[in-house]
Ligand binder design. Sequence first.
Ligand code: ZN
Length: 168
Amino acid sequence: MSTTAKELLPLIRSKGKDDKYSENLCKWVKKWAKQRGNRELTAAFLHWSSLDGSHVDMIHGTTQMQQFLLGYYDDDGWFYGARLSSIVGGAAEVYAFPLSFKTTPLPDWFDGYVAGGKCFIDPEHRYYCERWQVAKNGKTRVCEWCGGVTQRKTIHRKVVKETRWVAL
Ligand SMILES: [Zn+2]
C-alpha cells in the first residue's frame, strides 16, 4: 500500500488534524452497512480482463490507487463497490463490476485500517507532514494519528562546491 499512500493520504479529510481515520470513509461505511445489511465489507484490487475486448480500457491512465475498491461480493460473484480514492474524497459512486472485471479480494485490508487508521496506509510514515506534533524541545516529533511512532531530528551539514567564472 505504501506505493499508493502518496496519492491517497492528501485526499483524506478528517474531523481534526490528529484524527486517526478518514471522516468520509467512516460515513461511507455506515451508509453502506445500512444499505447492504450484514454483507461483509472487503477491499479488492481491480485487474483488467485482457480476454474481454468489449470493455473500455480502464487501465490506460488509471493509477494503481484508482484500481483499489471497497465494497462487497454478491452471491453471483459480481463486485459492488466504489474506488477508495473517491470514498475518502467524499464523492463515491457505487459501481457493479461483472465477472469480466477481474478483482483480487484483499480480505485483511479493512481490519488493518480499523486497527491502524491512516498510518496503516503509510506504515513507513513517509508522507503527509501535517501528522506530526513536534516536542517542545524541538528534537523529537510524534505521529498524532497513531501515537505510536516517534522520530528524532537529525541535522546533516552539506558542503556545496560552486564553480564560478570571474573577470581577470
Ligand atoms: Zn502514525
